[in-house]
Design a binder for this molecule. Structure first.
Ligand code: HEC
Length: 192
């Protein structure tokens, strides 16, 4: 039993490492679920608006509903959730900050290596002046249905171009092709 004294601190250390790990797993799982539910709701709204009245009609979904859904899901879950772009359309919400730009760079490299978008994600916990903060991001890859608003000049109709130009005079989110990294869903929250 002489060794027990020496082992106890090690065992306790082991438990605290395990519990930090468990907390991180919980944060990760929760962040994945919250991000997924926002993208799903937005995707469904976008698809039905496109089916109802085409891309011109659907711009409203992205313009007003995307921030609205993100805001609602954020306050329901006490997180900050939004979407950013590799080249932004929305000059306020869509521009990545430092950690989000780092995540996008990692996603770009992972896609270039051939990783599947579903398998790629970013997470980190950082110390800030207000305590610990947890960051999570998941890539958003362009789908064929997105080109009518984010594709090449020929793929975007004159009506859509005019409306986009009116709402986003400094729009940079065009010229994408399916499979390319369009941006990320990003989440941050305080961590225990
Ligand atoms: C009907 C036009 C339209 C379609 C179709 C569309 N988008 Fe967008 N997208 C927009 C608009 C408008 C914004 C700006 C929203 C805002 O102001 O927050 C935007 C913003 C974004 C952003 C946020 C970053 C930024 O640039 O501001 C991402 C990411 C994005 N779109 C991805 C996609 C993907 C992926 C698809 C296909 C599944 C898609 N979009 C389809 C119009 C569209």
């Amino acid at each position: 039993m002489r060794h027990a004294n020496k082992l106890l601190p090690l065992i306790l250390l082991g438990f605290s490492v395990l519990s930090v790990q468990a907390q991180d797993d919980e944060l990760l799982k929760h962040s994945r679920a919250v991000s997924q539910s926002m993208l799903k709701e937005l995707g469904q709204k976008l698809q039905s608006a496109m089916a109802d009245g085409g891309a011109v009609n659907a711009i409203g979904v992205c313009n007003t509903q995307a921030p609205e859904i993100a805001g609602r899901v954020s306050s329901q879950n006490q997180v900050k959730l939004s979407r950013v772009g590799t080249r932004a359309r929305n000059p306020v919400m869509g521009v990545p900050n430092d950690w989000q730009a780092k995540a996008l760079a990692q996603f770009d490299a992972a896609l270039a290596r051939g990783d599947k978008p579903a398998d790629i994600e970013f997470s980190e916990t950082v110390e800030t002046a207000n305590g610990k903060e947890f960051h999570f991001a998941k890539p958003i890859v362009l789908q064929p249905m997105c080109v009518s608003c984010h594709g090449s000049t020929e793929q975007i109709s004159p009506e859509v171009k005019a409306k986009l130009h009116e709402l986003y005079p400094d729009d940079k989110a065009v010229g994408y092709q399916p499979g390319q990294l369009r941006g990320a869903v990003v989440l941050s929250r305080s961590a225990p």
